[in-house]
Each structure stands twice: as C-alpha cells, then as structure tokens.
Design a protein around this ligand. Structure first.
Ligand code: ZN
Ligand code: ZN
Ligand code: FE
Length: 744
C-alpha cells in the first residue's frame, strides 16, 4: 500500500460556506490524516494516507463540495508523508496578498427551513435562523477576514447551545458567523405611531395582523427595508403608489413558493430555475392571473421572487396571499437600511415598521433578472450575487477603480484576473445617492484593502461619477460610454481580437460631443472606431425629451415633413396644444437646446409615441417595455432602410410605421425586425466574425432573438451579456478592463 501526502491550496468562494467542516468530514470518512485551515488566499489542506483514498479525496473535494462554494483555482503538490496522527481543523492564518473573496448573501437553505417550521426545534419560528450554507454575508461584514467580531453579529454573545454548534466540526453551524437563536440573537421590534409597541413573537403576530387588515408595513430585510402589502388588494396597492408618489413603475411581488407563483404567472423552466436559485433574484415572468391591477399596470410581465430570508418565509406562510415587496425609499433615493433612518423616512409611507437589531452594514437592493434571447440577463445585479467576482481569462496590468456611469450606477475594483462589481447604487442624480455612491466606493476599497493604480471614468463632463473620479488622489483616465459597453460584453465572454459591437442605449457622451446611442463599433479592449451609427436627430428640449416620447416623435416628423406636421392628426401632435406645437417647431428649427442624437433607445420612444402607445413616461424604459409587449413573432417582414456612408437612415422606417399606425402590433414587429436586419447588413459590411450586443436596448427580448437568429444563419457568432447588465449597470466592468489593459 502506497502512502501519500497531498498539499492542496484552493482559491475562490471557499470561506464562510462550510468548507472546512466538509473537508473534515470527507477526510475522516476516508481515514486520512492531516489538517485544513483558512488562510489569506482561501483554504489550505494537507491530507495523507492510502494513495487511492487520497485520489478519491481529491475527486470528491470537487464533486461533493458545499452548495455555495466556488473553487476558482487549485494548486496541488505531492510531498513525502509527515506521519500526522489525526485530522484537524486548525486556526486561521493571515498571510500575504488578500485573495479571499467575500460571499454574497445566501437564501435560507432547506435544512434551516425545516427547523424553522418544526415546533420541536429550538429555533422554531426564529426569523434569524441560518447556517454555513445560508444567511447574510456581504451585508453584515465590516472587515476581513470573515470572523464574527468583524461582522454586525459581534454584539450578540452566543449562548452555550449556539456556541456548541459553532465549535463542533460535525455541526452545520461550525463557524457559521451569524449563528444565533431566540436566546442570544437578534430580535424583531414593532414600531407604530412614534414608538416601539411590542417585540419578538408578538411583533411578528402584529405584522401579520396588519398585512391581513390591508395595511402597508415596512420590514427590515437583508440589504435594506421593503414596503410590504397584500398584492391582491387593489386598495392598498394603489395607496402605496400614492404614498410613494410612484405612478406606474411596476412593483415586485414575493410569492410563498413556486406553486403559489404559478397561480398568477407562467414561468418557463429556465425562469423557474432562476426563481429558486440561491441568489433569489426578482425574475420577470409572464402574468397569468391578474394581481391587483396597480402592481404592474399595462405590462405583460411582472417581477416575481421567492422568499430568501427566514422572516420572508414566515410572513408568506402566515398570510394566504402574495405580497408586494418593494425597496423602501423616498422616490429617487437609495434603499433605507438603518433603524433610525427607517423611522424618520418611512413613517409616512408605512402604517408600521418592523425593525430588528442586526445592523445592515451595507445596503443592497434585490437583483432583477430577465430572460433575453434565451439566456438570463441581469437588469440589476445586486443582492445575492454581489460581490462575486467576474473572472477574466487574462491578467490585468494594474489595479483599477472604475467608477461607472451615472444612471443605474455600479462601480468596480479590479486586480489580477478579477473584477468585483459593486451592488446597485442607482441613479446618481441627487445628493443622497451621490453620498451613498461615495461612501460605497470607500467601503469596498477598505474591505479589500484596495489601492488603485488607476481610476477610469466616463467621458461625460457632467456625470457626478466623472467629477468624483477627478477628486481622487490617483491617475484618472476617461473612457467613451459605448466603448465601455462593448468591452464589458467582450470581457464577460472572454473574447480576444476585434469584434463588431452593437451598442444601443438611451444616452452616452460621444467623441464628437453629440449624444450617442445607436452605435456600431469595431472594438478591442483598448481601442475602438465608430464604424456605423444611426443618423442624428434632434432631442427637443434635451433631457425633457427623455421623459416625453412625444417630443422624439415630433422631432422625427419635423425632419420628414417640416412645418406641415403641426396640423397632422397624430397622437404625438395632439398631445400638445397649438401654442406648444409651434414652440416645439421653433425649438427644432432654431436649434436652441436640442442636442443631436443617434440613440436607438430614443427611436423606440418615438415609435411608441407615433403608435399612440405612450406620450409621456413615468419611469425609465417604460415606452420600450410597452413596445416590446406588442411584438408578434408571426410577423416576419420588415421596413425599408438605407445604409448611406457610415450611417443608418431611419426615415423610411418612420414612414413605414406611419403607414401601419392603425395596427400597432404589426408596426412594432416590423420595426424590431428591421432593426435586426440593419444589424445583419452592417455585420456583413464589418466582416468581423464576433458580434457583441450591449447597451440598455439589448434588454429587448424579441430584438435580441431576431438578431441572433439572422446573424447565426450567416455564420456570425453573437455574444450577449449574462454576468452583468447590458445597460449602464454593466459599464464599470468595461471601464475596469480597459484601464487594466491599456498602455499608459
Ligand atoms: Zn441554512
Ligand atoms: Zn443561542
Ligand atoms: Fe449606456
């Protein structure tokens, strides 16, 4: 019998997921000796014993690893045996470079759920139950290494029963840092009318009573507070809209389980898998039976998700209806996370507030996923996913801080072959979001002991993120917005060489200082040229046109027909009275405050207005979503278009839409088919095999499907986003990779 010793060093998501007890159990079951420990890089293991057993250990290490563990790399060495007497879990070692990855927050696992609802268990109905396979991580960590004193659990002293589990390698709660129970852990508090009126089990009972009575309750969760109410009760949902001053932007709905969800929606197999994944994102699914009409007015899809904290499970089992669970914030402000903040900001939005005393260290909104072109696409990448790294198939030359864009902001830190994107920060348009952005940048850099060699920001001179970057004591370079979209898509797909990047969105600052958004770039990681773009049109009133699709429609019409548009019988024209019309015509003609744009996002708005679908939006992306809902896959034909020089002339498309305007589904379908045809024609001219699709417009499922279908048939390879948003939430990845590779 050959005796062997193996030394194994693992990197990845291997701390805080129950890896050491798993190794302990596996090694002892195979009668191997040695040790396992956490170090600054990940997990270090030595096992020695029978050669076959060691081989088996190495195999099962990967096939049977804990569900949330992710091994990114393994170094393996065989050494002469040392004669270990037993197998032990050794104390953590801190050494060298910080390579440990912080885990995202994990949805409650099945084992914990069973205990939660077992009356005989000591954690029966305890809303903070967790173990090494589940529970909060990213939102409770103050600093690394991930040990209890470095988390917001530090103020809770474990009772003897919890401590026993915590120190027992055979327990599922061995070194589960947030481990707690009713005796020793966090508790619920019920706040109403200016004070805390009850707590613990009573607070939960009160919460359920109020929800059943049709009240709105703010409930502290994992990454912030939710506003919760009965999603089938129109009265309370419309009241919530009124209080939140949120006209039509859809609310997300939390369902008890897949069975309840399927009463109201028709998820596909893939959508079901996403719904039950440990990330527990909000997934856009097709409606089946109407919830309260105000939940997601006019739309075919609704954002649905399943409980991911023990408290959510308890709530959804105690009421017999699905609940609206929307981020609790004042409109346009970041999600509320602290108790004091909740009382001061939410007291007028909610009838009562359920607090708890485990602090949320960093806010983290729910993630949102939509299946686009047959693959899941993050509309928002945040709680449950962040801060998992995006791994690159190459190494960066330097450490980069990428500050991202100004809408749907995320930022990123990057080093070696890793990019860590921040949680969703949101639209940095007011002081409170700017403050949260600045704090979050400092926070993520502190957490990873990160000092950048270079900072990358957008070229837009008026982005708050650009201004912020320039205040930092590091070298700063600027990157064109659509190039960042392109590189983001290339990087997550690990592409090399030149690609044709189709980057369509609402707005991005162009090299010629116009507003780009209908771009075809020939791109590498470090350079690009504008190969093709949509012909410019004027944005009447600049920013105002973004909120008012009718302005875009008028601009397109003026371009085509001049002054006689003023008397046309079209919804876009009739949206304005005759004085307003004439004024807009004058603005268009004289050229005061009407920047030029090539934006395809705006073209979608214009089409929505021409077809009478939407003249004014109450939230970003509304017109595009309404248009997408009308697409009919049985319509196969498309409008004429002209490629002239390096431009796409949209005029014949708009003429076609006007002719079809009595049949919006047909017009919409032909419009989207036309856009896909245009991509094909430009791709044929571009002669690059790889075509990347990025930008917010590429959240449009029928468009992406059609482009993939047409281009694949012609032998192109089409790449889309899966790991980061195609919209502006993904550009920090592009900026980070550009900054890490460019020659300075
Ligand atoms: Zn668990
Ligand atoms: Zn305890
Ligand atoms: Fe963009």
């Amino acid at each position: 019998m050959v005796y062997k010793r193996a030394k194994i060093s693992l990197k990845g998501l291997v701390q805080g997921v129950g890896f050491r007890p798993f190794v302990y159990r596996l090694a002892t079951a195979l009668n191997l000796k040695g040790f396992v420990l956490n170090d600054g890089k990940g997990v270090l293991i030595e096992v020695e014993g029978n050669e076959n057993k060691v081989a088996l250990f190495l195999k099962r290490l990967h096939t049977e690893k804990p569900p949330n563990a992710r091994i990114i790399s393994q170094e393996l060495e065989f050494l002469p045996p040392k004669g270990y007497k037993n197998f032990e879990i050794k104390g953590s070692q801190r050494n060298g470079e910080r390579e440990v990855l912080v885990l995202p927050d994990l949805a409650t696992c099945e084992d914990c759920l069973t205990e939660l609802f077992n009356p005989a268990d000591r954690r029966y109905m305890y809303p903070f139950i967790n173990c090494t396979n589940c529970g909060p991580r990213f939102t409770i960590i103050e600093s690394l290494p991930y040990d209890r004193p470095n988390t917001s659990m530090k103020k809770f002293k474990m009772c003897p029963a919890c401590l026993r589990e915590y120190t027992d390698p055979k327990s599922r709660r061995f070194h589960a840092q947030p481990n707690a129970c009713k005796e020793c852990g966090p508790q619920l508090y019920y706040w109403e009318k200016g004070k805390i009126t009850t707590q613990r089990d009573k607070a939960f009972e009160k919460l359920i009573e109020e929800l059943k009575r049709g009240k709105i309750v703010a409930v502290k969760g994992i990454g912030g507070f939710h506003l919760i109410c009965n999603a089938t009760d129109e009265k309370v949902v419309s009241l919530l809209r009124e209080r939140k001053k949120r006209r039509e932007k859809p609310f997300a709905v939390m369902f008890r389980d897949l069975d309840q969800l399927m009463e109201y929606a028709n998820p596909t197999q893939l959508e079901k898998a996403l719904l039950i994944s440990p990330e527990r994102p909000i997934v856009l699914v097709e409606k089946r039976k109407e919830l309260a009409p105000s939940v997601a007015p006019k739309l075919k899809k609704v954002g649905a998700f399943l409980p991911y904290s023990p408290l959510h499970h308890m709530i959804l089992r105690a009421v017999d209806f699905p609940v609206v669970a929307t981020s609790a914030n004042l409109s346009e402000e970041p999600i509320v996370k602290d108790n004091e903040e909740a009382i001061s900001k939410l007291k007028d939005l909610a009838d009562a507030i359920v607090l708890h005393d485990r602090d949320i260290v960093r806010r983290c909104d729910d993630s949102v996923v939509k299946v686009v072109g047959g693959v899941p696409l993050y509309i928002r990448r945040s709680r449950g996913v962040v801060p998992s790294p995006i791994l690159l198939p190459f190494r960066l030359k330097r450490k980069v801080l990428a500050v991202g864009g100004t809408l749907k902001n995320t930022f990123a830190i990057a080093w070696n072959d890793k990019v860590i994107l921040s949680q969703h920060i949101g639209d940095i348009e007011n002081l409170s979001t700017l403050k949260v952005f600045e704090e979050s940048v400092k926070d993520l850099m502190n957490l990873y002991d990160f000092v950048p060699d270079l900072v990358v920001c957008d070229m837009h001179p008026r982005y708050e993120t650009t201004r912020f970057a320039k205040t930092l004591p590091y070298k700063v370079i600027q990157m064109q917005h659509h190039h960042a979209h392109a590189v983001s898509c290339m990087a997550e797909n690990g592409l090399q060489g030149e690609v044709l990047a189709v980057t369509w969105d609402g707005t991005g600052f162009g090299l010629d200082k116009t507003v780009w958004g209908g771009e075809f770039l020939i791109s590498t990681y470090t350079s690009f040229r504008r190969f093709f773009h949509f012909k410019n049109f004027k944005l009447l009133g600049g920013e105002k046109a973004v909120k008012e699709p009718a302005r875009v429609a008028l601009s397109l019409l003026f371009e085509l027909y001049g002054e006689k548009v003023l008397s046309l019988d079209l919804p876009a024209v009739k949206f304005y009275n005759s004085t307003e019309r004439r004024l807009l015509y004058k603005v268009w003609k004289v050229g005061f405050n009407n920047p030029l744009t090539s934006s395809v996002g705006r073209l979608f708005d214009g089409v929505a207005s021409l077809l009478g679908i939407c003249q004014k939006v109450s939230y970003e992306g509304e017109a595009a979503m309404l248009v997408e809902d009308l697409y009919d896959p049985s319509v196969r034909d498309f409008y004429d278009f002209i490629l002239e020089g390096d431009q796409v002339d949209w005029k014949p498309i708009i003429e076609g839409i006007l002719k079809d305007r009595k049949d919006p589904p047909k017009a919409v379908s032909r419009f989207i088919n036309t856009l896909a045809r245009i991509v094909l024609e430009v791709a044929l001219k571009g002669e690059r095999e790889k075509v990347c699709l990025s930008g917010g417009v590429m959240q449009n499922d029928p468009l992406v499907r059609k482009i993939k279908e047409l281009l694949t048939k012609e032998g192109f390879k089409v790449y889309t986003h899966q790991k980061v948003p195609s919209g502006d939430g993904g550009i920090s990845l592009g900026q980070a990779v550009f900054g890490g590779l460019i020659d300075l």
